[in-house]
Design a protein around this ligand. Sequence first.
Ligand code: MET
Length: 756
Amino acid sequence: MTEIGTTVLGYPRIGPDRELKRSLERYWAGKIAEAELLDTGRALRTRTWRELKDAGLDSVPSNTFSHYDQVLDTTELFGALPERFTTLGLSPLDAYFAAARGVQDAPAMEMTKWFDTNYHYIVPELGPDTTFSLTGTKPLDEYREARAIGVETRPVLVGPVTFLLLAKAAESAPEGFRPLDLLDNLLDGYVELLRRLHDEGVEWVQFDEPAFAADRTEQELNALIRAYHRLAKETTRPKILVAGYFGGLGRGLGVLARSPIDALAVDLVTDESFADAVAAEPALRDKEVLAGVVDGRNVWRTDPTRALSRAATLLGTAKSVSVSTSCSLLHVPYDVEREDGLHPRLKGWLAFAKQKVDEVVLLGRALTEESVDLSAARTAATDRATAADLADAGVRARLEALRPEDTVRSPYARRAVAQQDALGLPPLPSTTIGSFPQTTEVRKARAAHKAGSLDDAGYEAAMKAEIEHVIRLQEDLGLDVLVHGEPERNDMVQYFAERLAGFAATDFGWVQSYGSRCVRPPILYGDVSRPEPMTVEWARYAQSLTTKPVKGMLTGPVTILAWSFVRDDQPLGETARQVALAIRDEVHDLQEAGIRVIQVDEPALRELLPLRAAAHEAYFAWAVSSFRLATSGIDDATQIHTHMCYSEFGEVVKAIDALDADVTSIEAARSKMEVVTDLGAAGFGRGVGPGVYDIHSPRVPDVDEVSGLLRTAVGAVPAERIWVNPDCGLKTRGYAEVEPALRNLVAAANAVRAEL
Ligand code: MET
């Protein structure tokens, strides 16, 4: 075989029934031995390779398995785990897990989002004295393992430039050090790996370079040139495929086309216009191009007509064109066939990983042979495109009738006075972000209700008891704005998706988020509306228990989209407006029910930020206006809060300001309040609650620590605008830590208040 042919760039690895998750968690809990964990992995790999081969792919990827994360695998492969994990006397596997998860004496490596997906990778920590050398054998082992069962594979590796661009400078590194400075040394390691793969008989190897779907400097593009000239110049090497995905490659396209690699995989889904750029690239004429026309990130069945025409655009340009996925299938669930709970018609529009492999095979044949029957795929595409019941005329008419003033509140100064009159809060008011610890009893009650063994009345009583407990606790602690604690919510997006029209839920649609953690995103397939109030009764009940204001708690439109699989037949901004309208109805009803403070969480505002700066403005325009649509049209005296976390704020400060929320609470404890300085500098002029209690750790901060953070905040932003709150919701914590921590938080607020 000289060509790659039809293939997928990667595959899910957590297991169709989350076998790897279960095995990992049992191993970490000391319940199974290492050998059993390794067996689970082997069984999953074997199954995947066989399936991919039997489905008829020309080339099957390997080394797409991981016990935790492919970036951490790469760090380990080249002997670059930080010393704090390798000197603990642990087995290699345990040192690897220690790096991912932390142990008592060695805090975990940082974890962050993999580009604009909801997958998270472990960030390499590098310094000038890092030396890479090929100490691991994982890609070789997996290749051999697959060959032993009769499957010839193409090892997949994180590309050297992307690896370094994703890394960060270790804390000990001198000012000015950049991980990219280590490129030559890292390339030595990759050269050695290529040599060994070649000796093993590997024909093709895949290097992933998604970092070039984002804006890159001249220097970074030069690194790309250097890397692939160096690797390709080796004579004893497999053929090299470079995969650039999560968008068009920009100037990276020309660089890769002109480098002496053998094949290039391009994403023709994220940015449709990229197909024209690829078609116009003359330097591709000596290369195989993999046309990524099957969406690796979303769950919709591919429209064969559009996919083929896009792939066919490249036919005259490249030496040969094959069909592939736009990116790894890691980001979609395994198999839609198992979803018996889905409406059959909707199911017919969906393709999960297994179905996407079949699509690739079929489209690959259709591109080269004439006589391929695409009628089933065409019918599905037409059925979805013409499905009248996706459109909700009422929703569309309401959106059409909106006037600009419907998304604008009166000036903040006026609102602030009205709100102060209504709420009468002290300076530095204290509150929490919404959820309280989800105790075993709460989880049990929810599960029993879902399973039908606890009836509606019993469930309601259990939730009300929990709400009452949370209200009494907050009164006792002396917090100023209370919450009901969110005991009824399984998840902040799923809860709303289950109550909104236009969404469907899956039974087995799990996707890896990080390590053993998986999420099951809802599917937003049609026009969205709110058949009835979703949170009002719980909020009303909570408010009836206390004279202090209770804050209503909602999830914002951007976050609902970010954590769902969203329809791709209309612009995201359009869908966001529909979700916003439904949230707006809820905001209105909460106000009617006597709720005077309403929080609309947008923790994913940063997550959907496009990789290229040129697209930021358009994104902010719809993201901001959907939030404002959701939160306008109410009384001046009703106070709107929003909450954000997991975020680097630099690029989004302006957008946060534009949301026009009365109060914004943000993660800040770990960064020692840096964000407040940023906001102050940006002229952010409304209420702000920088988190003073890091809820991602079981540590209880003492009064001095919290007051110290508060004083920093008071120094950067006028005191009358500061709120006192934790970093995020408390649902993953236990009462044993939460109670003393909140007690200290209130004491600190009192102490600093007295100094004003
Ligand atoms: N209100 C939500 C909570 O407290 C906000 C979470 S943001 C990830 O859990």
